[in-house]
Ligand binder design. Structure first.
Ligand code: C2E
Ligand code: CA
Ligand code: CA
Length: 572
């Protein structure tokens, strides 16, 4: 009896534990977003655990009820779902899929079937879970991986991938591909003027327009900021050109911006073609961008085509830039000086400092080639400072030793001139070398005046107030407007060599040169003719009252030591 009691209480407690376990199990299922459907093949009964309301609102009791469940899914997903729900029909143990219900909800379905010893299915568990959020997250991630969120166009990575696929296809099909790089001109200023939000709207608007052309054989992508790429597969030879022409026409209408005046923009384009320019996607993209950057300097708003010399030029520039950086570190520049003479008295008026750079292979590289490069990547700062300091150092030495009053002309590049530390550095150096500012002349070109005219004028005035002179170099090659000359705070005007070259043979050049000189004289500026190579030119310039002459006829640029020889002659 005691034994019976013991067995009974043991059973009771086991039963209680089972009930507790069952309760706990149901609670866990109720709080997770999973629903479990347990199916017993022997009885054809379903038991449902967890919150099934999110998936169906009818009693799921017998095997045949699954049909109603399948019908609550989108028609196109039903076959896939039915296959998943009955893995036993294919002798399988597991199956799974993701399907969409009528209301749009995504449901993940996993099915596990157990088999008895004879290989007949005995039990089945179907797990359902709402995967809408995960699905959205993956869609978002996918979107972010392939698309640019600002414009909805393909992003850079995806464009490169698709273009690589195209290149492989084109190899097999012997087809052609055109790649077009598009940049909104002057975007930095537009963006600064409009503010970033309106700038983004502008990028979006252009993106929307470009998106209209997206098709099976036209890929459109937004790389970053103001850069878009378009690629055409196996279309007519001039599809890029036609596309660009239509785009330029479209942009004749200003782009609307919310709450602001509409903005007129222009776009420049560079184009490369497979297989002529390059044979892989990255190079095609690079070629299109290089050609655009190289040529845009001359004329914005145009379309430029890639040709091999452009790439060679570019690669040479890159190499030169690297060598230039090294040259700055190793201070491997020299300064030459070219004499300028008074046309009437033939006395030395002064010297122009001209930089010389011998590269590692021992070749002199023309400053006309490396100064623009230095301007482009910010190296002009240290180079310009070195020139100024070296010139002032030589000058102070000459002054002490020869006491010959002459002008020292130093070329100042536009970029260097506009730097905020330019004037402080200049004044500091003058003080260090104890130079009389009246003998220093800075040569600037009209390009200084292109941007930020008022600020530059202010700088020029400040410089002149200190007594330093300003000379306008290369006159006749830039704006060349005589009418604006009178508003410039300058002392000297240098007539460009291109005038001097033709002045003897070409009567219209003569008329222009004469009118320049007579007007400049009235304004009280001194004149210097540069690039004078023969007596005919010299005599003519003298006859029309040009004040000073500089050129190979009277002296080539030379090292400081040779200038000392000249000074000795002048002083004697
Ligand atoms: P630029 O300022 O117009 O200098 C005059 C150029 O003409 C010099 O070339 C000079 O050697 C050359 N030249 C002078 N007389 C004659 C002549 O009779 N016939 C011929 N064929 N050429 C003559 P360079 O030294 O090669 O300089 C070229 C340009 O590089 C300069 O043109 C100037 O824009 C720039 N540059 C030179 N040195 C400096 C510098 O120290 N700083 C800056 N920012 N630019 C410099
Ligand atoms: Ca010059
Ligand atoms: Ca010049």
């Amino acid at each position: 009896m005691e034994d019976m009691n013991y067995q009974l209480s043991l059973l009771n407690s086991m039963n209680q534990r089972l009930l507790d376990n069952d309760k706990m199990f149901r609670m866990i299922c109720g709080t997770s977003n999973n629903t479990f459907m347990y199916y017993d093949y022997a009885t054809d009964d379903f038991e449902i655990l967890g919150n099934s309301d999110q998936f169906f609102h009818f009693p799921m009791l017998k095997g045949s009820d699954l049909g109603r469940f399948v019908d609550s899914f989108l028609a196109e997903d039903r076959k896939k779902l039915a296959d998943t729900l009955y893995p036993e029909t294919r002798g399988k143990k597991h199956s799974g899929c993701e399907c969409r219900m009528e209301g749009g909800k995504w449901v993940g379905i996993e099915v596990t079937v157990s088999y008895d010893d004879e290989g007949h299915p005995s039990e089945k568990i179907i797990r359902l879970h709402d995967s809408t959020r995960e699905r959205e997250q993956t869609e978002n991630l996918k979107y972010m991986a392939y698309y640019d969120t600002l414009t909805g166009l393909y992003n850079r990575n995806y464009f490169v991938r698709l273009l690589s696929d195209w290149v492989r296809k084109a190899q097999d099909e012997h087809a052609g591909i055109e790649v077009l790089c598009l940049k909104i001109d002057d975007f930095k200023n537009i963006n600064e003027g409009l503010g970033m939000i309106a700038g983004d709207e502008l990028l979006q608007n252009l993106g929307l327009h470009l998106r209209e052309f997206q098709s099976e054989d036209c890929l459109v992508s937004h790389f970053h900021s103001n850069v878009y790429f378009v690629a055409f597969y196996r279309q007519s030879n001039d599809c890029g050109k036609r596309f660009f022409k239509n785009l330029a026409k479209h942009l004749k209408q200003p782009v609307p911006i919310t709450g602001r005046e509409n903005v007129l923009i222009t776009v420049s384009g560079g184009q490369s073609r497979y297989p002529e320019a390059a044979r892989n996607s990255i190079e095609l993209i690079n070629c299109a961008e290089i050609v655009l950057e190289q040529q845009k300097k001359d004329n914005i708003g145009g379309l430029y085509y890639f040709e091999a010399p452009v790439l060679d030029d570019f690669l040479q520039s890159v190499q030169l830039e690297n060598e230039l950086k090294l040259a700055i570190e190793e201070n491997s520049f020299e300064l030459y000086y070219q004499p300028q003479y008074d046309a009437e008295s033939k006395k030395l008026r002064g010297v122009e400092a001209l930089i010389r750079w011998k590269n590692q292979e021992g070749y002199y590289i023309s400053p006309s080639r490396f100064i623009p490069l230095a301007e482009r990547d910010g190296l002009i700062g240290p180079i310009g400072k070195w020139v100024l300091e070296e010139a002032l150092r030589s000058y102070s030495h000459w002054e002490k030793n020869f006491h010959y009053p002459m002008v020292l002309s130093v070329n100042i590049s536009a970029m260097q001139f506009r730097k905020s530390d330019f004037i402080p550095t200049l004044f500091e150096l003058i003080e260090t070398y104890d130079i009389d500012p009246a003998f220093l002349e800075l040569e600037i070109t009209e390009s200084v005046l292109i941007d930020d005219f008022d600020n530059v004028l202010e700088q020029m005035r400040k410089i002149r107030e200190s007594g330093i002179k300003i000379s306008l170099d290369d006159f006749g090659t830039g704006y060349s407007s005589l009418s604006y000359l009178k508003s410039l705070p300058i002392d000297t005007l240098k007539i460009d060599k291109s005038f001097i070259d033709t002045v003897i043979d070409d009567s219209s050049t003569r008329i222009i040169t004469e009118s320049i000189i007579s007007m400049v004289k009235k304004l009280g500026y001194e004149t210097v003719a540069e690039g004078v190579e023969n007596d005919q030119q010299f005599n003519y310039l003298k006859s029309i009252d040009c004040d000073n002459i500089q050129g190979f006829l009277l002296g080539k640029p030379m090292p400081a030591a040779q200038i000392e020889e000249l000074l000795k002659i002048q002083a004697s």
